[in-house]
Design a protein around this ligand. Sequence first.
Ligand SMILES: [Fe+2]
Ligand SMILES: [Fe+2]
Length: 240
Amino acid sequence: MLSHKKGLNSKSDPLKRSDGQPTDRKVAEQALARVKAFARRCFDKASGSHGWDHTLRVFRLCEMLGPAENADMNVLRAAAYLHDIGRPVQDACDGAVCHAAKGAQMAEPMVYSLPLSNEQQQNIIHCIRSHRFRNHHKPATIEARVLFDADKLDAIGAVGVARAFLFAGELGARLHNPDLDAEKTRPYSVDDTGYREFKVKLCKIKARMLTTAGRKWARARHAFMEDFFNRFLAEYEGKR
Ligand SMILES: [Fe+2]
Ligand SMILES: [Fe+2]
């Protein structure tokens, strides 16, 4: 059972070897560099909207949100790099495989080789598996909740708008299809317009945030996005 109580959440929590002894900073940095290089290689054939750049943005958001939530940064940084390594597999089969479950499985050999306690290693795997959180695998530790929020934040705001249209472009979709009810169109199809992404998914993200810091950032990003799409519709209809 994963715990986010004593020790695991502390910002000053030292890296630990499997024998429980602290690991020095240099070893810790080398381990994280190894994680980053492994994760980067998984994205060689990834698409732009869900590519390595997204992982780097999520990593930076975790660096901002993690300390505010008193997260164990040794766990959170590794989980941020690894969270989407299963994504190219999911994209290759048009969503038939869940990239969170697949990514957790792919990450296991790397994670269990890291100079961390077993609890920290399990927490990283849990963060990866639960970062998508739909029906199963609710984020149960503070690190998992921070990663979830960082991942969702990258889907909204100015970056979220840009990613929505990039994704639609990858599918050969249009900016907007006013003749179709966005709620009734299919994802991963040419009907998956930038506007549909907002209407069906992005506008609901703000309500799903799990941390105090995440909720604060999401409010600002959501407000920007709403302004953008109101203006977008007005311009689309030739009213402005
Ligand atoms: Fe993901
Ligand atoms: Fe992600």
